[in-house]
Write a protein that binds this ligand. Sequence first.
Ligand code: ADP
Ligand code: GN1
Ligand code: MG
Length: 368
Amino acid sequence: MSSPIHDIYAPTLNPVRFFAQIFAKESEILHIKPFGSGHINDTFVASLSNGSRFILQRINHQVFTKVDQLMANIILASKHLSAHSKNLGYQSVEFIPIPENTFYVGNSEQGYWRAMHFIQNSVTFDKAHDPNLAFEAGKALGAFHAMFAHFDASQLHNTLPHFHHLGRRINSFELALEKAETKRVKSASKLIDFARSHQEQLQCIDHLTDHNLVPVRVVHNDPKLNNVLFNQTGKALGLIDLDTVMPGCLLHDFGDAIRTSASLAAEDEPNENLCGINLQLFEAYTRGYGETARQMLTSAEKINLPVATIVMTFTIGLRFLTDYLNGDIYYKTHYPGHNLVRAQAQFAQAADMLNKLSVMQAIIKHYF
Ligand code: ADP
Ligand code: GN1
Ligand code: MG
């Protein structure tokens, strides 16, 4: 890191308040508490004596190793979204600048920190509970894609290359399996069998991206439901968590969004019999997405929307399984075996989606 602000150390064991104060500037911080349910970064909300709040985040630089590139991406993306969101009735995250014309501060030991203005009266949901929420989330993702339709994707760094490439994820899974502790392999045996028996048939989106059969677009890459802010009446305010906004494939976005916005159960539901796709929520999400994005999709994209939902649910399940085999080093977990439970839930949902593929195809055909 060249700039001194990226080599600032907190003089205490708990650096949260120290770094928060840099963003609070002259204002007094009343309290700071952990916030949200993200699996990668550490998120906090800071409340100030003047009544305002801001979101403080420690970036996971084990995942995002090039913090300068990550920050350049999100500043560019958030500015673009700010300029276009209002017209479409959405809001966008706004990062708080600090001296030296930068938006983050810290060091490699205590982490790199950034802050955003708190979007007032906003809430997030880990799982959709009513079709209107799914419809609103779909509309917001379509608007996000439409806002970037004429944005030059080459301005963004590819901070996580091949992020959703299933073939690459399968390679990482096989590597993890070779090195895993025997007891972890044993407890995961049913899921390993599921992965092995489905991985071949689900590499169809890789085929499209590898052969340039679908356009490279600026996509979100992590549009799961809790990365959409809603107001108290259930209207979507916009997409947040812009870390993974990169050149990529729109099918991955639609697939990942459906994975959480049209699911019957939570991402980590321990009872696999409760997991699956809720077709009513799927219909509502698709209707919303179609309203804002229909016109920009190519026919190859339209045709592959249904299968993309299965590919992404399977891919995320495989990543949870891989992390379990690796000894839980990537995602935050809340109890031993959490990644295994998440993988089981995702695979059970993917299996249910495979059974309902023809219904999903008919719904897509109706709206696209
Ligand atoms: P992570 O990368 O850890 O998932 P996010 O950027 O998604 O972090 O933030 C975590 C949570 O914090 C979100 O799910 C949301 O509840 C809340 N949040 C993030 N940014 C804002 C914001 N600008 N205004 C209000 N709430 C926010
Ligand atoms: C992670 O940070 P968060 O929780 O929004 C992950 C996504 C996964 C998701 C699964 C950078 O997202 O790719 O889909 O968990 N983000 C990264 O819930 O790996
Ligand atoms: Mg998030």
